[in-house]
Design a protein around this ligand. Structure first.
Ligand code: HSE
Length: 335
């Protein structure tokens, strides 16, 4: 399977680290021997090598600051623009791990369309195209006889979409409710431990949890984007951000956190979505509630179903390998 990776930041690097570290295991257990034929960054170059790029060398090059540091090799083409790279790659799968734009979804959305037009499957960690253009993407994928998979867009590699769509097939899911943003949950947890808001945010950025622009996290838009994706994937409803009631954690002060603690409660940024609409709001949750125990960058979602009642999934919601793994899981699904 030939892979083209667009976006070589936290998530893309996490995925390539997994390819570097687990290649023997992936080959032995699944017969999976991927060739990473193309890698694109926004400002640090692009590479195309039809015989396959070496994961370890790619990581060394990007750690040195630019893909120019990747050693010369026969057939290596440098610095094509992304549309040309997609056309020339001959890849079976486009992996989109570029930065999320929840308004226009661009440029990632055009890259996804270009890949489908080229007969490639599309796997996304980038939330923008799914949140903004789910119906269109699925229609184009159906027309092309290809698939669009996006496990990494909600709860990183924790299989929230696969649980809802595959394991719960046959149930009607009536609602999804949970903690869908790792950065804000990490910040709230650290503030409870006495850390300042600014330091907690700085750590969340350093740990690779926060979006490129962390206001998307703290103002609730990242969780709202995930609510849009859940509404589309679970209910076939295509809401827009303007349809949701969205509030972030910026208004929560250290004093608010202390007051909640004194009352045996914890602040959590709770996303809620049903076929009728959705919201993202900070809420005080009693310590006895299962969501209260979900700390740090861990996320949780409860699916309310007709046949099973509530089913709750808890797991990593952000992070380098945690989201890189989601790309691997989708690629193995395609395999
Ligand atoms: N910035 C996101 C978060 C990353 O903190 O949850 C995962 O989508």
């Amino acid at each position: 399977m030939k892979l083209a990776l667009i976006g070589f930041g936290t998530v893309g690097q996490g995925f390539v680290e997994i390819l570097r570290d687990k290649s023997t295991d992936l080959k032995t257990r699944y017969g999976f021997t991927p060739q990473l034929v193309a890698v694109a960054t926004r400002s640090r170059g692009t590479l195309l090598l039809p015989d396959g790029l070496d994961p370890a060398r790619l990581l060394t090059a990007i750690e040195a600051g630019h893909l120019h540091h990747y050693p010369d090799a026969p057939g290596l083409v440098r610095d094509l623009d992304v549309p040309a790279l997609i056309r020339a790659s001959g890849a079976d799968v486009l992996l989109e791990a570029g930065p999320t734009n929840l308004q226009t979804a661009q440029p990632a959305l055009d890259y996804c369309y270009a890949a489908l037009d080229q007969g490639m499957h599309v796997v996304l960690a980038n939330k923008g195209p799914v949140a903004v253009a789910y119906t269109d993407l699925q229609a184009r994928a159906r027309a092309a006889g290809k698939r669009v998979l996006f496990e990494g867009t909600v709860m990183a590699g924790t299989p929230s979409l696969r649980l809802a769509q595959q394991a719960l097939a046959g149930c009607t899911i009536q609602a999804a409710r949970g903690i869908l943003n790792g950065t804000t949950n990490y910040i709230l947890t650290q503030i409870e431990g006495g850390m300042s808001y600014a330091e907690a945010l700085r750590q969340a950025q350093a740990l690779g949890y926060a979006e490129a622009d962390p206001t998307a996290d703290v103002d609730g838009w990242d969780a709202a984007g995930k609510a849009l994706i859940l509404a589309a994937a679970l209910f076939d409803r295509t809401f827009t951000l303007a349809d949701l009631d969205v509030q972030g954690i910026a208004s929560i002060t250290g004093a608010d956190v202390a007051a909640a603690q004194a009352a045996g409660e914890r602040w959590k940024l709770i996303a809620h979505v049903t076929p009728a609409g959705g919201s993202v709001r900070p809420q005080r949750v009693p310590n006895t509630h299962p969501l209260a125990a979900v700390g740090g960058a861990t996320n949780a979602v409860t699916f309310t179903t007709d046949l099973l009642g509530d089913v709750t999934l808890v797991g990593p919601g952000a992070g380098r390998r945690q989201t890189g793994f989601a790309l691997l899981a989708d690629v193995l699904d395609l395999l």
